[in-house]
Design a protein around this ligand. Structure first.
Ligand code: NAD
Length: 289
């Protein structure tokens, strides 16, 4: 890796300041980049600002080397795509809907310099399919960050058949400069992590449905038996049951029956039990636990 590739771009854009976008913006700003976050309207921009302030405050409370004021001064939230003009790298983190992503990516590509890089944080859509819609697919790849972004150690670098070798080097360098480890995955449904994570989670749900064991005990099997940091059902609560259902439906269509969403997952999503964010999923978070 060249020396130039281990530093972060000076100017970074992040489209979508939700759970993932705010985390991604925060870690780049902590690394020294000036970051512009694009949101869809003024209300969403206000929420994104609050999310960023909260994330930076928590990071500064955990790590004395982080100066919250300095990091926040590097973060700007805007509703105007034109604010991305000077960004050397733009990370797309809008909701997991192809049309929304294509719209965000093509708008960004039409504004940024031809030398700038564009990446998507999709967790399941075809990166190759998104590349098909772009003018400069060689400057585009997937960077699949994990939730929550700041403490997560892994980023999947998802390459298409057209991602350039320079992009691969640069992206490895950004991930390393963020203090995380990249794994390189060639675009395939579910990449490496979603495919493996989901197959275990869907089996855990089927076991719960069949009454094989309680949610607590199924999770304990993986935490204590296989040294996973969190069990598959609690992880699903963290990711969001609706998010996992969407990915399962997509992988079911792409890879077959082993990814068929269990009825318990459909029922919980229909009942609004979406996990931590709604206060209830496979576990109860009503007390804020
Ligand atoms: N939640 C996870 O665990 C997780 C993990 C890895 C990757 N991802 C992926 O990250 C992406 C974002 O997921 P999230 O969980 O942060 O969703 P989220 O709903 O929390 O955030 C999405 C944000 O995008 C904004 N937005 C919507 N349309 C927009 C537009 N046209 N322009 C600008 N902003 C717009 C929304 O206002 C919202 O703040 C998805 O592709 C998802 O699959 C999610």
């Amino acid at each position: 890796m060249t020396a130039a590739s281990v530093s972060l771009p000076a100017t970074v854009g992040v489209i979508g300041g939700g759970r993932m976008g705010a985390g991604i913006a925060q870690v780049f700003a902590q690394g020294g980049s000036a970051v512009t976050v694009i949101e869809r309207d003024a209300d969403a921009a206000a929420s994104a600002r609050a999310r960023l302030a909260d994330g930076v405050a928590k990071a500064a409370a955990r790590d004395a080397a982080i100066d919250a004021e300095v990091v926040l001064a590097r973060l700007v939230v805007s509703t105007l795509y034109a604010s991305l003009t000077d960004c050397a790298l733009v990370v797309e983190a809008v909701p997991e809907l192809t049309d929304l992503k294509v719209d965000a990516l093509t708008r960004a590509e039409s504004i940024i310099a031809p030398s700038a890089w564009l990446v998507t944080n999709t967790s399941s859509l075809s990166v190759e399919g998104l590349a098909d819609r772009l003018q400069r697919p060689e400057r585009f790849c997937g960077l699949h960050f994990f939730n929550p972004v700041p403490p997560s150690a892994l980023v999947e670098l998802v390459l298409t058949s057209r991602s350039s070798p320079e992009l691969t080097d640069a992206a490895r360098g950004w991930v390393a400069a963020l203090g995380k480890t990249p794994i390189v995955v060639h675009d395939a449904p579910g990449f490496a992590s979603s495919r493996l994570g989901l197959v275990i989670a869907l089996e855990a749900m089927r076991m719960l449905e069949e009454g094989v064991a309680s949610a607590e005990d199924i999770d304990a099997a993986m935490v204590l038996g296989y040294r996973h940091a969190t069990g598959p059902l609690r992880t699903t609560d963290l990711v969001g049951l609706d998010v996992r259902l969407g990915i399962a439906e997509y992988l079911h269509a792409a890879l077959g029956e082993r990814f068929a969403p269990p009825q318990i997952l459909r029922d919980k999503v229909a009942a609004g039990e979406l996990g931590r964010k709604s206060g209830r999923g496979f576990f109860d978070y009503a007390d804020g636990a």
